[in-house]
Each structure stands twice: as structure tokens, then as C-alpha cells.
Design a protein around this ligand. Structure first.
Ligand SMILES: NC(=O)c1ccc[n+]([C@@H]2O[C@H](COP(=O)([O-])OP(=O)(O)OC[C@H]3O[C@@H](n4cnc5c(N)ncnc54)[C@H](OP(=O)(O)O)[C@@H]3O)[C@@H](O)[C@H]2O)c1
Length: 442
């Protein structure tokens, strides 16, 4: 059977780009057998051609991105440079020429997705972005195609491998956040500057992309309430463990009965019996609640060279055989065609809560705390009083952990403000959310 050649321009040949090269080379025969297509890399655009040519030779390196994209022998452009500039200009250039773009660039899509999708539509092109979220897990394919007959009610995911590595170490080894971060950096699971990951912003950008597709709405990072893991204390991991919970950084999107979306990323207590509690290290998992399917879990490697390359090459194939271009043209699910999401204000989001108070060792403290919570309509589910410890000034303090029934975020915030102002409270209280999966979302 004769094979049709598909010319590729690869923008970037770092971790992911070199994985794409490796996969296309290793699986050339398998891909040709399955598709009758030969995927030929015509140009590899990098900053430093000499560095690459000296290392891994035999690739058509160039630093002239414009000429590479414009080459008539290029049919599909793969963007794995990352960042905003010059990736944005290169993607726009390709789309204006009608060339489909495969990208792993979630931050660019989270910021400029609607404009880029609209540009692609205007020029009869398309964008494939499976690798932008969940690494190798085909979650975008599942949401946009496999679950197209479902009204999606919620997404609950562990979508940042760096934070999951840190939290796994803190939980298993009893380490502090800083110890766990240093180890994650040493092992290559965290960047030298880990801010985007540990602040929760990376997870929020992924949640924006996923929820845009799932709820057919335009979702921006600013619509999401974000708390990262950098302030998490090992004491709370331990106390949560005593109560039967594990702490995970979750990205949660829920459709409210009135259609508004509640969107948040924060450290969350999940029961040790929850499947998400078992998701450790760099693995990702995304729970999807579809009205017809019910609860489904997508689990796998959320980053790394070959898992991400697997998603990029899958997009490349689906683009080359016409599936992505057709879906992009026919399905009204992409954010450029959608209205801005109606967002439930953060203060109105309801959840169960874990509160840790540091109080003086004296009678009457719990009475005052319960009174404040009661005034705000917050009902206590359990109270755990721990042994007296000393604070930094040598003052005896008692850590009290309270779990609540469902309450509104605004009421919890207001009561903590009052509680922290009590003369018997020694330090700002810790407030974390608890979810009960799947019961809460089913
Ligand atoms: N790494 C992962 O596990 C992972 C997972 C999911 C998604 N992603 C996404 O995939 C994308 C790529 O990530 P990566 O980890 O592969 O990045 P990386 O290792 O830093 O590689 C970036 C590549 O792009 C090239 N590049 C950057 N700026 C350039 C410029 N101005 N002109 C020409 N070439 C330029 C670099 O060239 P030089 O080599 O010459 O410097 C390098 O080859 C990002 O959007 C990232 O968010 C990564």
C-alpha cells in the first residue's frame, strides 16, 4: 500500500519535542500500517541550532520558524516550545496559512484559547491540544468525543504532578513542605522556579481548559478560586490522616442546578477510601461525572517526556486522518463559540470544612468557638482536641481540629475572622475543604 507523506514542522525540541521525534521514529512502521501515512519531520525549530546539531544529529534543525512554518511541504505544525512568545505568533502564523496546529501549551490556551480557536475557524484550520492537560491521559478526547452524549455535572481532578509528588512525600514521610519540594526538585519533578505549580495556577489553567469543553462555556483562569500547597503544614496532613483523610490538590468544577459553575483549586481532604487518595507521585487522575455514564475515572501519567509525546502524536494522527479537523468544524463545544461561563461566587460555594485552631489551654474556649460557628449557621461534625503543645513564644497552646457539615465558604470565612479575633486564639486558623467523592457529585 502506498503511503502519503505528512510533512511536519516541530516547534521546539526539548523534553516533549524530543519525545515526539523518538516516538515518530520508533513507531514509524506501526503508524504507517495503521494509517497509511508517513509522518516526515521537515523542520525542527530550536533556539540554538549548533547545540542540537552537535548532540542529536540527523534532524533538520533551524532557528527560522517563519520559513519552516511557511514551507509548502509542511502540512501540520506541532508547537512544543511552551510559553507565550514567540509560540503565540508561530501558532497564529500557521493557522492563518490554514495549517492545523498540535500544541501542548496549556498556559497559552488558557490565556488566549478563544482567540486562537476563532482564528483557526476563520482560516479553515484547527487546533489539537490533548497534551495540554493530563499529559498522556486522553481526557480531552474523552470529554469532547467519548462523552458527547452526557451532560457533565462535575470534574474532580489531580492534574498537577509536581504538587502530587510533594503531597505524597509529606504524607508518607511526614516531611515539611520545603523538604518535599527540595526532594521533588532534585528528582526532576519540580522546576527550579516551582511557582506556577505550587501556587495552584497550573492546575487552574488545566481546569479552565477542561471545564470549557465539558460545560461548553468560556472559562478563564480568573474565574477559578485558587489556593496552592505552599502554605500547607505537615501538622494538617497528620491530623487529616488521624481523621481518615489524605490531602490532595484538587481541581474541581461543578455545575450548579441553575447552570452556574463552581470552580476551585485547593488542597482538599479526601477519604482514604476514595480512589483519588491512591493516586500518588507524578500520576494524575480526573473523575468525570456524566449524567448517563455516571462516575468515570481517567488515570495515568500526567507529564513526562513519553506520556506527553504519546498525546501529541495521537493528536497528530487524529489531525492527519481528518478526525480533529472534522470534530473542530462540526462540534459546537469549543470556547470560541461559547458564552462566558456564569460563575458561582467563591463565597457561595458549599463544602465540608476542616478547621484547625490554635487556642490557649483554658476553659470556655470551645464554647466561644461553637457559638461563633453557630451564629453563622455552621454545624460541627466532629471535634478533635490534641495534646497541649507550645507555640513559638513558649505559650502552651492546644490544637483543636473541627470538621463541619456542609457550609458556605462566605460563612466559614466570616466565622474564622471572628474566631481568630478571640483573645483565646493564638494563631490564624487553618481552613481546608473536605470532599466526599463520589457521593457528593453523583
Ligand atoms: N515537560 C512535560 O512533561 C510537559 C507535559 C505536558 C505539557 N508540556 C508542555 O509542553 C511544552 C514544551 O515543554 P518542554 O518541557 O518540552 O519544554 P523545554 O524542554 O523547555 O523545550 C522547549 C523547546 O523549545 C525551544 N524554544 C523555546 N523558545 C524558543 C524560541 N524563542 N525560539 C526557538 N525555539 C525555542 C527550545 O529550544 P532550545 O533547545 O534551543 O533551547 C526547546 O527545544 C510546554 O508548553 C509545556 O507546558 C510539558
Amino acid at each position: 500500500m502506498t503511503q502519503t507523506s505528512i510533512g511536519i514542522c516541530l516547534l521546539g525540541c526539548g523534553v516533549v519535542g524530543s519525545g515526539v521525534v523518538k516516538l515518530l521514529r520508533e513507531q514509524r512502521e506501526l503508524l504507517a500500517r495503521r494509517t497509511n501515512l508517513a509522518f516526515d519531520i521537515r523542520h525542527v525549530v530550536v533556539r540554538d541550532v549548533a547545540k542540537h546539531a552537535a548532540g542529536e544529529g540527523n534532524l533538520p534543525y533551524t532557528s527560522n520558524a517563519a520559513a519552516a512554518i511557511d514551507d509548502p511541504a509542511v502540512q501540520i505544525v506541532i508547537e512544543v516550545m511552551g510559553g507565550r512568545d514567540p509560540a503565540l505568533a508561530h501558532i497564529e502564523r500557521a493557522l492563518k496559512l490554514g495549517k492545523p496546529v498540535v500544541t501542548a501549551n496549556k498556559s497559552l490556551l488558557a490565556e488566549r484559547g478563544p482567540e486562537l480557536f476563532s482564528l483557526a475557524r476563520k482560516h479553515g484550520s484547527c487546533i489539537a491540544f490533548e497534551a495540554s492537560t493530563g499529559g498522556g491521559i486522553p481526557i480531552i478526547d474523552a470529554i469532547s468525543r467519548g462523552l458527547v452524549a452526557n451532560r457533565i455535572d462535575a470534574l474532580v481532578g489531580i492534574v498537577n504532578g509536581t504538587c502530587n509528588v510533594i503531597l505524597t512525600r509529606m504524607t508518607r514521610n511526614g516531611w515539611s513542605y520545603h523538604q518535599a519540594l527540595t526532594e521533588a526538585q532534585k528528582l526532576g519533578f519540580a522546576e527550579a522556579d516551582p511557582t506556577l505549580d505550587v501556587s495552584g495556577r497550573d492546575a487552574a489553567q488545566k481546569l479552565a481548559l477542561l471545564s470549557g469543553l465539558a460545560f461548553n462555556a468560556r472559562v478563564a483562569e480568573k474565574d477559578i478560586q485558587i489556593e496552592g500547597v505552599a502554605d500547607l503544614q505537615s501538622a494538617d496532613i497528620k491530623f487529616a490522616g488521624d481523621l481518615g483523610y489524605v490531602i490532595k490538590l484538587l481541581a474541581i468544577a461543578e455545575r450548579q442546578p441553575d447552570g452556574r459553575l463552581a470552580l476551585r483549586v485547593h488542597p482538599t481532604l479526601v477519604s482514604k477510601s476514595d480512589v483519588l487518595a491512591e493516586v500518588s507521585g507524578p500520576f494524575n487522575a480526573i473523575s468525570v461525572y456524566g449524567h448517563a455514564l455516571g462516575h468515570a475515572l481517567f488515570y495515568g501519567r500526567g507529564a513526562g517526556q513519553m506520556p506527553t509525546a504519546s498525546a501529541v502524536v495521537a493528536d497528530l494522527v487524529q489531525t492527519a486522518i481528518g478526525v480533529v479537523p472534522l470534530a473542530f468544524k462540526k462540534l459546537n463545544i469549543f470556547p470560541d463559540a461559547a458564552e462566558p461561563a456564569q460563575i458561582l461566587p467563591a463565597n457561595e460555594i458549599t463544602s465540608r470544612y476542616y478547621l484547625r485552631l490554635s487556642v490557649k489551654d483554658q476553659p470556655g474556649v470551645m464554647g466561644a468557638v461553637s457559638q461563633v460557628l453557630g451564629q453563622h449557621g455552621i454545624s460541627i461534625s466532629a471535634i478533635l482536641q490534641h495534646e497541649v503543645a507550645e507555640d513559638a513564644d513558649g505559650v502552651p497552646i492546644v490544637p483543636i481540629v473541627i470538621t463541619t457539615h456542609r457550609a458556605q465558604e462566605g460563612a466559614v470565612r466570616a466565622s474564622l475572622k471572628q474566631i481568630d479575633a478571640l483573645s483565646t486564639v493564638r494563631a490564624p486558623s487553618v481552613c481546608l475543604r473536605i470532599i466526599d467523592q463520589p457521593k457528593e457529585f453523583a
